[in-house]
Design a protein around this ligand. Structure first.
Ligand code: GLV
Length: 336
């Protein structure tokens, strides 16, 4: 019988990262994407010392109940609203996420969505692919979008990703406003060329508003019908944060009634389902939660998740020092 620690990876992962893990642990890695019920997840976790999970897997007290073996769960993402960290701490399970390695790629993607939504990239491509261009008398005033350069960029949630988004704005000669619970240090504000404003002013003055705040119960529907009503009808809204931060039903109505020019959405309430009205509208760019999905960044995220698991299990280069633990204090109570 193997004396190696056992680790389960719940979704297909890069072969080199799996090979690295397999040098140290007895590895069970899923080879196809799939969803599991809480009972199935609980049964899987009962049998391992560590796990790497995706954002759709919810870890709570019920899933951990009676589990005396599990030491660590690494989340493949920076957001960890799928983890009840308090319950994990109570169960003695270390939690980790993947901050920082994805900041620049996610910031790039926020810009991609903003530009695509503002300049109608997806809608015009759909029209072209449908064969409408030849023979159509395209008018000079067709496909008009809204400019990005020279406008006011608003950022709601100004952590490290928000700051990376802001830094890109100087190349577009934009004025940058942000709202966050706390003000950034002056030096950081200067580097980002960004000014703190109240949320109401952010909503009122932004030509393009990008949401980057973490999902918490308090942030649910941070952008709903009342907030949308305060925005300019010419504004573009981008959500790369989490589904549920925007009231998607209210957004769909605002977009349909042209009370908002356009939106770019990478995350959805109840994803992978998408509000049916959003699917029908041409003034919204939709993508399946891929903001961090560049080759380099997804690799870096997977490696970081693996490093956290190995370190928590006392293995690998940073044994006992998981680089991005969310509740490192649990390790003090481990006897092995
Ligand atoms: C993606 O949404 C992440 O949290 O990394």
């Amino acid at each position: 019988m193997s004396t190696k620690r056992k680790v389960w990876v719940s979704r297909p992962l890069f072969p080199d990262v799996l090979a690295h893990l397999a040098e140290y642990v007895d590895l069970e890695a899923e080879t196809v994407e799939g969803t599991r019920t809480p009972a199935q997840l609980k049964a899987k976790l009962a049998d391992v010392d560590g796990a790497i999970l995706g954002l759709s897997e919810r870890v709570d007290a019920g899933v951990l109940e009676g589990n005396t073996r599990l030491k660590v769960i690494a989340n493949l993402g920076v957001g960890f609203n799928n983890f009840d960290v308090e319950a994990m701490t109570a169960a003695g399970v270390l939690a980790s996420n993947t901050p920082d390695v994805l900041n620049e790629s996610v910031a790039d993607y926020a810009w991609a969505l903003m530009l695509a939504a503002a300049r109608r990239v997806s809608a015009s491509e759909r029209w072209l692919r449908a064969g409408h261009w030849p023979g159509s008398a395209t008018r000079f005033d067709d496909w008009l979008g809204v400019d990005v350069h020279g406008k006011t960029l608003g950022i709601l949630g100004m952590g490290r990703i928000g700051q990376a988004i802001a830094r890109r704005a100087s190349g577009f000669d934009m004025r940058v406003l942000y709202h966050n619970r706390s003000h950034l240090p002056e030096q950081t504000e200067r580097e980002c060329r960004a000014s703190w404003v109240e949320k109401a002013q952010l909503l009122r003055e932004s030509d393009h508003l990008i949401l980057v705040l973490p999902f918490t119960p308090a942030n649910r529907h941070a952008i709903g019908a009342p907030e949308l009503a305060q925005m300019k009808p010419s504004a573009v809204l981008v959500n790369i944060a989490r589904g549920g931060i925007v009231d998607d039903a209210a957004l769909a109505v605002a977009l349909r009634e042209k009370r908002l020019a356009a939106a770019g959405l990478d995350v959805f309430e109840g994803e992978p389902s998408v509000h049916p009205t959003l699917l029908d509208l041409d003034n919204v760019v939709l993508s399946p939660h891929i903001a961090s999905a560049s080759e380099d960044t997804r690799h870096a995220m997977a490696r970081l998740a693996a490093d956290n698991v190995l370190a928590a299990l006392g293995l690998g280069e940073s044994a006992r020092h998981p680089p991005t633990a969310l509740n490192p204090e649990v390790m003090a109570n481990w006897s092995d």
